[in-house]
Design a protein around this ligand. Structure first.
Ligand code: 3HC
Length: 300
């Protein structure tokens, strides 16, 4: 049993999963839940185009697994059939586990949970994949705050084993035990973390990324800062990681941490400008530094 996890016998069975959102994180989650739990997974989003994109991602990833020989044709067809999209959250009515992966805004997430709470059973777990927001605050005001838990995955979801499970102030043992049981079925290494700004892992990563970005803000060429640690055996360079996570998400986490611990987490105006410019990161096609991104960091 992972450290701090409640008695596994308290865990409830999960026979259907709902996912709020159909973006890249949500669709990665859809594939993982369908593959490992082998239960129906329904995605919801604001419009058909987003839903189609999310379900399309799952189908494409299933085809890749088939091509690599990781699953057979029957399994591929079954997986595709398990993941569906619906514009109506009423599709969650018989779900036992709903996870939200929508925009990182506390008010938006609270609204989503309030809406879902009206549709699901009293014991359905409401999980949030938030990167940095308070699980306790997200649950506040709900009829059943005890069913809310943080379930924080890392990109790429299919590959990275880590899963932070966050206990909010109101989270009860049955919810937490269900979260750990689901995490184990997803084959993730679950760690129980405190409901603190950005939990544990993003706190460390943001400090690390913040220093690399600060070096560039202070005049170190991007390539030099990005490759300075090559010899340490990190799986990818800091700016490649920024690109994987997305500058907007990284900035959001940095802002949450800056608000909580202003002395320890500085904000980079250049990172904010990169987000404003809509850049996917500092790299353009073929992993060449994007000239506009370089100009932003050189004060141009
Ligand atoms: N989606 C699905 N699968 C992916 C993938 C993706 N985006 N990227 C890589 N993979 C798979 C590949 O298909 C390959 O699978 P296979 O073994 O079945 O063929 C496997 O991962 C290894 O890929 P590669 O050989 O191409 O590349 P690497 O060995 O260099 O690994 C990596 C790529 C796993 C991304 C590795 O570089 C890594 O671990 N990087 C660090 C990532 C990290 O730190 N993520 C945390 C970000 S913070 C976060 O997400 C929190 C949020 O709140 C901000």
């Amino acid at each position: 049993r992972p450290s701090g996890a409640p008695d596994a016998s308290l865990a409830r069975n999960v026979t259907k999963v709902g996912i709020v959102g159909a973006g890249l994180m949500a669709s990665q989650l859809a594939l993982l839940f369908a593959r490992r739990l082998e239960v129906p997974v329904v995605l919801t989003d604001l419009d058909q185009e987003r839903l189609d994109k999310g379900v399309g991602y799952v189908h494409a990833e299933v085809d890749k697994l088939l091509a690599k020989g990781r699953i057979n044709g029957d399994q591929a067809n079954r997986l595709k059939a398990l993941v569906t999209g619906s514009l109506d959250k009423k599709a969650f009515a018989d779900a036992d586990f709903v996870i939200e992966a929508v925009f990182e805004d506390l008010a938006v997430k609270r609204k989503v949970f309030a809406e879902v709470e009206e549709l699901v059973s009293e014991t359905c777990v409401l999980a949030t994949n938030t990167s940095s927001l308070s699980v306790t605050e997200m649950a506040a005001g709900l009829k059943h705050p005890e069913r809310v838990v943080g379930f924080h995955f890392f990109n790429p979801v299919a590959v990275l084993p880590l899963l932070e499970v966050v206990r909010g102030e109101a989270t009860d043992d049955a919810t937490l035990a269900t979260a750990f049981a689901v995490g184990a079925k997803l084959k993730k290494s679950c760690v129980l973390v405190k409901d603190a700004p950005a939990f544990v892992v993003n706190r460390l990563l943001t400090r690390f990324m913040g220093e690399v970005i600060a070096a560039v803000d202070e005049g170190t060429p991007i390539e030099v800062a990005d490759h300075a640690l090559d010899g340490l055996g990190l799986p990818m360079t800091p700016f490649a990681l920024l690109q994987l996570v997305g500058p907007a998400v990284a900035l959001h986490v940095a802002e949450t941490l800056h608000a909580a611990f202003p002395d320890r987490f500085k904000l980079s105006e250049n990172l904010a400008k990169l987000v404003e410019a809509g850049k996917p990161g500092v790299y353009g096609p073929n992993f060449q530094i994007d000239p506009e991104a370089r100009a932003i960091f050189s004060g141009g």
